[in-house]
Ligand binder design. Sequence first.
Ligand SMILES: [Zn+2]
Length: 94
Amino acid sequence: MDDTRHHPLDQEHLDGNALAGALEQFVSDLTSAECTCAGCGSSAPLAAALLYAKAPGMVLRCPTCTGVLLCLTDQGGRQVLTVDGVRHLVIGKP
Ligand SMILES: [Zn+2]
């Protein structure tokens, strides 16, 4: 059996570790990131969103349509971040 797997992009990819440095920018200043809501398409700094901290976990809602942007929950000591309601997060100056 041939154990060699060929993928059309095999010559071009790295593993996910190579993304660590670029993602650090988001972690250091995430609240100033401009967030685009997947529901209504409006954009605002993440800091302007509506935080509901008394829900099971923390729920961040869009300031325009109140749709859920993201949820941060503790699941048995593991922090789980769900971002289904975010289309884009943009950092840096326009
Ligand atoms: Zn929205």
